[in-house]
Design a protein around this ligand. Structure first.
Ligand SMILES: Cc1cc2nc3c(=O)[nH]c(=O)nc-3n(C[C@H](O)[C@H](O)[C@H](O)COP(=O)(O)OP(=O)(O)OC[C@H]3O[C@@H](n4cnc5c(N)ncnc54)[C@H](O)[C@@H]3O)c2cc1C
Length: 420
């Protein structure tokens, strides 16, 4: 059996938060061990940013907070202690060359996420932090004291056997539930439940949406740039736009995806159970009047054509039959016979292309997990569980999440840098 007595702190999970926690604590003189169930570090980190790792956003704190979707206030201490600029400085100190791209997204200059993992593991090695791979932790042991509860240790599975390890300082950095093949299977969330701590129900977020109202196979693969999406749902019996954004989206075999859809998914869980409609404005730069003028011009140029052949310059090819069907205009009608009222129908179809949201894709496709250990359970200045001395939770396992753009990794770094 392995000897653990030499360690001051056990960190569970060698992902973004766990590695940064190891560095932070070792720099403060602690003897640290990281236990990881995979056979290598940072499996999720490796696939971030499409393999390039968007490790933070080069923005001020105001923008950083604006991009945190769940519990931004909880992050005040962590971010005032370690913000995006600090992340950039620290990784440069580690010897990683960085570059900033569109929207402030920061990547390694090499475009390789493996370089981010490599500088972290090199630093951990220099600081004599041990990393034990193929070590799955299966629970946190807590002692019931007279006045409060304290961490006693953890349960580890090694070579198929489970044994107890004693330690008074444990950091849970096991991640959420998204992309479970990377090792993030929600273990820390389950332990929190077992310890009687409050957990916000984990839900897939930054995730594609399933919709009805179109034949997905027909539109599959169609990518739309510069569209405006609005999600409308019923709040207290009234129709309300609950999310609106401009950007890029695409149609898939099950529904919709792409940047604006992923972001929207993070704001929609509040309205689960209500009917949510997605309206796509396919021509957001034009008012209805301007769009009508444009259609009139197009029709004038195609005076002898049938309606079905007169939309080529206005819409992507795949969308034309769908819009024609929705407009209820006879496709074989000559354009000069299309009435003003019919044109109005056409304009509505283009400016308010509507679909019904029927669900979210699962955790397998979720970039992050919304939910996790309830932040009320944590001291925001130390990440310690208020009711269990010596137990700390950091990273995505905590109920705090942000939009895409490097913000989620920033949350992991900031929480980890708070540790003492
Ligand atoms: C496809 C994809 C792309 C992304 N791209 C970006 C991006 O470019 N920028 C960005 O900011 N964010 C991105 N994210 C989100 C980001 O990766 C996560 O928010 C971040 O990795 C969370 O870090 P973490 O350390 O809390 O958890 P994780 O990185 O999930 O690490 C948790 C670790 O704990 C280990 N573990 C779990 N349970 C146990 C156990 N019982 N015993 C031992 N070890 C255990 C796991 O194996 C894993 O290694 C992306 C996510 C995905 C899925």
């Amino acid at each position: 059996m392995r000897e653990y007595n030499q360690y001051d702190v056990i960190i569970i999970g060698c992902g973004a938060a766990g590695m940064m926690a190891g560095i932070t604590l070792a720099e403060k003189g602690k003897k640290v061990v990281i236990l990881e169930k995979n056979d290598k570090p940072g499996k999720k980190l490796f696939i971030t940013g499409k393999g390039r790792c968007n490790l933070t956003n080069n923005c001020d704190d105001e923008q950083l907070f604006a991009n945190i979707v769940t519990n931004p206030k909880f992050m005040y201490s962590a971010i005032s202690n370690f913000n995006s600029k600090d992340t950039i400085d620290l990784f440069q100190e580690f010897g990683l060359k960085l570059k900033t791209e569109r929207g402030g997204r920061v990547f390694p200059a090499s475009d390789h996420s493996s370089d981010v993992i490599s500088v972290l593991t090199t630093k951990l090695k220099r600081l004599n932090v041990d990393i034990l791979y193929n070590n799955e932790v299966c629970g946190v042991l807590v002692e019931e004291g007279d006045l409060c509860r304290c961490v006693k240790g953890i349960m580890v599975k090694e070579n198929g056997k489970i044994f107890d390890v004693s330690c008074e300082n444990v950091v849970v950095a096991t991640g959420g539930l998204g992309y479970p093949l990377t090792g993030s299977t929600g273990d820390g969330i389950q332990w929190a439940r077992e310890l009687g701590l409050s957990v916000s129900e984990p839900k897939p977020a930054l995730v594609p949406l399933e919709v009805s109202g179109i034949n997905c196979e027909e539109l599959m693969g169609l990518s739309l740039k510069n569209v405006e999406v609005s999600f409308q749902t019923t709040v207290k019996g009234k129709e309300k736009v609950v999310y609106k954004a401009f950007g890029e989206m695409l149609f898939t075999h099950f529904g919709v995806s792409g940047p604006v859809i992923l972001s929207a998914s993070s704001y929609l869980h509040k309205y689960d159970g209500e009917k949510t409609e997605l309206f796509i404005d396919l021509k957001p730069a034009l008012t209805e009047k301007q769009l009508d003028d444009r259609v009139v011009r197009d029709f004038a140029e195609n005076i002898n054509k049938q309606f079905r052949n007169a939309l080529d310059s206005l819409l992507p090819r795949k969308l034309i039959p769908v819009i024609i069907e929705r407009s209820n205009i006879n496709p074989y009608k000559r354009v000069n016979e299309v009435t003003r009222q019919e044109r109005e129908q056409l304009i509505t179809c283009i400016k308010k292309f509507n679909l019904t949201v029927t669900g979210y894709r699962g955790f397998d496709e979720a970039i992050i997990t919304q939910g996790g250990l309830n932040v009320k359970e944590l001291n925001p200045r130390s990440m310690e569980v208020k009711s269990i001395k010596g137990l700390r939770y950091i990273g995505e396992v905590v109920d705090c999440d942000a939009l895409t753009g490097g913000y989620n990794l920033q949350l992991a770094w900031s929480m980890a840098r708070l540790l003492k």
